[in-house]
Design a protein around this ligand. Structure first.
Ligand SMILES: [Zn+2]
Length: 135
């Protein structure tokens, strides 16, 4: 399974992030997709922009969580978020991916890495408007 399909599907759903806010959320999706791609290429030997089915599932899950993120345009980076909306198994997987890909993003996707770094300075929003459902 190629990740591109599910990634685009998740993006086109729109969800709560409309108008200018989509810019921020789209970048968030690009960042997570790039990180999973770096990880997959190094660990699973997948060439190009494709992902193995294991990593495609992680990306699909991450895109779904972003769609449902109660903070949307106000979100900080997931690592700093007060709400841990990932289910336990997925949280561990994404953490492994990010630990590996994080430092490598600076070389491979400097702009995304820079924005991600800056987003990390956003204040933690205290209360989401709607609680994130754990799925
Ligand atoms: Zn993989």
């Amino acid at each position: 399974m190629r990740a591109k399909t599910s990634y685009n599907t998740a993006m086109n759903k729109g969800g709560a992030g409309a108008g200018k806010n989509q810019h921020r959320m789209r970048r968030e999706r690009e960042t997570i997709a790039a990180m999973i791609n770096i990880y997959c290429r190094a660990h699973h030997g997948v060439i190009g922009n494709g992902l193995c089915s294991h990593c495609a599932a992680i990306l699909e899950y991450a895109a779904l969580r972003l769609d449902r993120c109660p903070f949307q345009e106000n979100k900080t980076t997931c690592a700093r978020c007060a709400v841990h909306c990932y289910k336990t198994g997925m949280r561990e997987k994404i953490r492994i991916v990010m630990r590996y890909a994080g430092p490598r993003m600076v070389h491979q996707h400097p702009l995304l890495a820079l924005f991600h770094f800056l987003d990390g300075f956003r204040k933690k929003p205290r209360q989401p408007r709607t609680p994130a459902a754990r799925i």
